[in-house]
Design a protein around this ligand. Sequence first.
Ligand SMILES: [Zn+2]
Length: 446
Amino acid sequence: MTDFLQLQSLKTLQVESQDDGYIIHAEGTGQPDTCPLCGVGRLHGHGSQEQSFQDAPVRGKPVVIVIQRRRYRCTSCGKTLFEPVAALDGKRQATARLVRYIREQCFTKTFAALARDVAVDEKTVRHVFADFIEDIEAKIRFRTPRVLGIDELKIIGQYRAMITNVERKTVFDLRPSRAKADLLPYFRNLRDKDAVEWVTMDMYHVYRQVVHETLPQARIVVDRFHIQRMANEALETLRKRIRKDLPTRQRLKLKDERFLLLKRLHDLNADNVERMREWFRQFPLLSEAHALKEGFLSIWDHKRRADAEAAYGRWEANIPAELAATFKPISTAVHNWHGEIFAYFEQPITNAYTESVNRLAKDMNRMGRGYSFEVIRARMLYNLKARKDGAVIEEVLMDDDEPAGFEFVTATRLTKARREKKVRRVVEYGPYIPTLCRLLEEGHFE
Ligand SMILES: [Zn+2]
């Protein structure tokens, strides 16, 4: 009969099968000849102690191993020790294979379900997971973005900061919150932070403060969709105000016209334009607000910063008094973020994938029910397929004696090196956002 445990360092003595699991009585098989602590002393028996360890489940049932564990005393160093058992984790009252089992399952089962399956408390599962992530993070490093994006995502009821590589369309990191107290140390300790040249963000003052304090060389660009969106929001405010005072039939109709008003004028067909004009005849203010919206958006048709700034100046000066309050949020935002908004015309970068990112967050929340933020973060960040799609193979010249696997090759080294050789290496930038979206759609994370 084969041994129930099938572990080299433990021999099964007795198997108790119960409804809610197995209790296995076992003993250690390895008796050391010399003291492992000092390496020279001989060991003498020093009693024993009953200890129990949780093991990986068998046939869906949790397993506890009870060991009458021998104790020794060293004749040389005088220390006492328990008999070494290789199958045990060493850090916890668990076998090493249970820890492996938890690591394998923690991405696809909630901590609560997993804790139930293996009959340990949830805290233990959480600790095993934390160690696992620490191991992963020691091995996997994403190259710091040249153009870094900061987005916010609502995951499990809280806003989190998502750090992206704008050029590579990858997720660089996901932070538990967007509070200054969290982001400041994070960016202060960011590796190769000098490599960040541009940061794109929405108009959140904490982000700007953090970047100024920790990445002084980086220039900030406000993501243009965030500021452009405000023009549509102003128009919406007015439409809703007008709607409130209309008789029901007309009210419903104006509700349907929402998308007409929000679309760019040049995207509408002749019928649509005519329908809109009818509303404008009835509500001249709506017409003016619409013209302001269109005018504001057309600022981004300019190529040069100075032209865009001048266009904004003219636009602001032309806001009629009746609409000043409606468009006030825009003029306030431009006032507070002038440099960062118009920096776009020097470096036209934008988080064009913000939409997919928001959908990503929604799907994550739906699929990640019962998971902690840390698990959702790890599943997203360390997904193998998405990481592979976000990685590039670089060919670099390298000195013969240069150790492999370093991150950057400096220009001086390249020019002076004579004994150089070409080396190909994989540079990881983080999970590729389109791949993450596709995997979510396919239900991969369910
Ligand atoms: Zn010793």
